[in-house]
Design a protein around this ligand. Structure first.
Ligand code: GBH
Length: 454
């Protein structure tokens, strides 16, 4: 008697968004159907040695033909918000030029199915599947891609203004620029100089600006737009004022090229000093577009780097994870649940955002067999719970965190790791295309229903 209702202290605000996320090239399949053009991942995945097991996005989860069944499953789990991406090469098989009506029609049918199942779309304009035809004209190193993206953004925002009220311009600029053109580990697999790589970042920032402009021009009433960034996250080793200040300084340094530049409306002096002669070429008017105001910031946060106050006058010291530090099967996915608290807090503090969403968070494992009809992924349940607790803590401390999208709804094409690495809360048997919700799907379903940490 007199005790607070069970779970009262761990309740999320009534308007907090719980969703799941995925991306076109990772689950749609139908890579060459209905006039879709080749993407850089269709091409890259066929280069021997680039993708685990030589896996291609050709079929993936066959979502292209099974979306209605997938949305029925989503709805049955109580999931009411889904972040997806549109495949640019379905809409413009050659990157620009002629629109492919069958591409538009596919997403029209998909949005209609979502509506039927009571699921709200959050749509990413670009999640890495660049039309190969644009890559052949220079890809992200060329302003041809920027102009083409502007037309593509206009086309999809106009076409789907009735269906889509939440837009995300680009997913994780770092991954398709630095990793696509610098290290070459992602499509198109090029290894260019730092100067060229910095130019690809600049072109991506311009596309982000075009995406915002397109939504303002054609998005209609109530449409909102933001970027999804995979910001580098610092977690103070202990939460003392000195370590927190160090984490903040590290965060601003590491995120200067994307979030810092958008916020400042220019490349900051610190950033320019760091890149020196490798600074990107900027044309008059570029930053007017790049720094157009947005409605929210999307953050994909999976892990973090530990930071503490620097010695001998240094602003900070970042610590390498020891090799035996706990992680998921991806080496970069060290298990640091506080990444959610510090990532959202530092981003909001440094860049003044009034609304922040976790647009991805999740974990991938290689060996998750279905046993007696079940996948007992208690490790993913633990990951989810730990990270949701930090989201809850952030809200309690006044961070404007408005929602959380779990990566991913279903196991899918994990880029260079192919189909081996599974991030889904729903298991996909790629031989039979049978879907089996894992234990974590039921866990997340319960959390969404009760809107509190369980
Ligand atoms: C997300 O990126 C993607 O948006 C999504 O498509 C993907 O399926 C999901 O994660 C799971 O991987 O090569 O050592 O420099 C996650 C963030 C940032 C993780 C870049 C890999 C490269 C590490 N990614 N990072 S490294």
């Amino acid at each position: 008697p007199g005790a607070a209702p069970l779970g009262y202290a761990s309740a999320f605000p009534a308007d907090f968004v719980f969703g799941v996320a995925a991306a076109s090239a990772q689950l749609e399949g139908a890579a060459f159907e209905d006039g879709k053009g080749e993407s850089v991942w269709d091409r890259f995945s066929r280069i021997p040695g680039k993708v685990h097991n030589g896996d291609t996005p050709d079929v993936a989860c066959d979502h292209y033909h099974r979306f209605d069944e997938d949305f029925a499953l989503m709805a049955s789990l109580g999931i009411k918000t889904y972040r997806l991406s549109i495949a640019w090469p379905r809409i413009y098989p050659n990157g620009d030029g002629e629109v492919n009506p069958k591409g538009l029609d596919f997403y029209r049918r998909l949005f209609a199915s979502m509506k039927k199942h009571g699921i709200e779309p959050w749509v990413t304009m670009f999640h890495w599947d660049l039309p190969q035809a644009l890559e052949d004209r220079g890809g992200w190193t060329s302003r041809v891609t920027v102009d083409a993206f502007g037309r593509y953004a206009d086309t999809i925002v106009k076409a789907f203004a009735q269906d889509v009220k939440h837009w995300i311009t680009l997913n994780e600029i770092l991954c398709f620029t630095l990793l696509g053109y610098g290290t070459g580990t992602k499509a198109p697999g090029r290894k260019e100089s730092p100067k060229v790589v910095n130019q690809t970042y600049h072109h991506a920032l311009l596309c982000h600006g075009h995406g915002v402009r397109a939504v303002r021009q054609f998005g209609g009433k109530g449409a909102i737009v933001g970027l999804t960034d995979n910001c580098a996250v610092a977690v103070p080793v202990t939460e003392t004022p000195a370590n927190i200040a160090a984490a903040k300084a590290w965060f601003e340094d590491r995120n200067a090229q994307v979030l810092g530049a958008i916020h400042a409306g220019k490349y900051t002096a610190n950033f320019l000093a760091r890149v020196g002669a490798d600074a990107p070429d900027v044309q008059p008017g570029d930053f007017g577009l790049i720094s157009l105001p947005t409605d929210f910031l999307g953050l994909n946060i999976y892990s973090a780097t530990y930071v503490r106050a620097g010695r001998n006058g240094a602003a900070y010291e970042s610590l390498p994870h020891p090799t035996n530090y706990p992680r998921a099967d991806s080496v970069w996915l060290r298990l640091v649940p506080q990444c959610i608290y510090w990532g959202t807090r530092l981003a909001a503090e440094c860049y003044g955002h009034k609304a922040v969403y976790i647009t991805e968070n999740g974990c991938g494992y290689d060996d998750e067999p279905v046993v007696n009809g079940e996948v007992l992924d208690l490790h993913r349940r633990d990951y989810l719970r730990g990270h949701l607790r930090e989201a809850h803590r952030a809200i309690g401390d006044g961070v404007p965190l408005k929602g959380y999208f779990l990566w991913s709804f279903i196991d899918n094409y994990e880029w260079e790791d192919g189909y081996q690495r599974r991030f889904g809360i729903v298991h996909c048997d790629y031989q039979t295309q049978v879907r089996t919700p894992k234990l974590s799907a039921h866990y997340y379903s319960d959390v969404i229903r009760e809107r509190r940490i369980l």
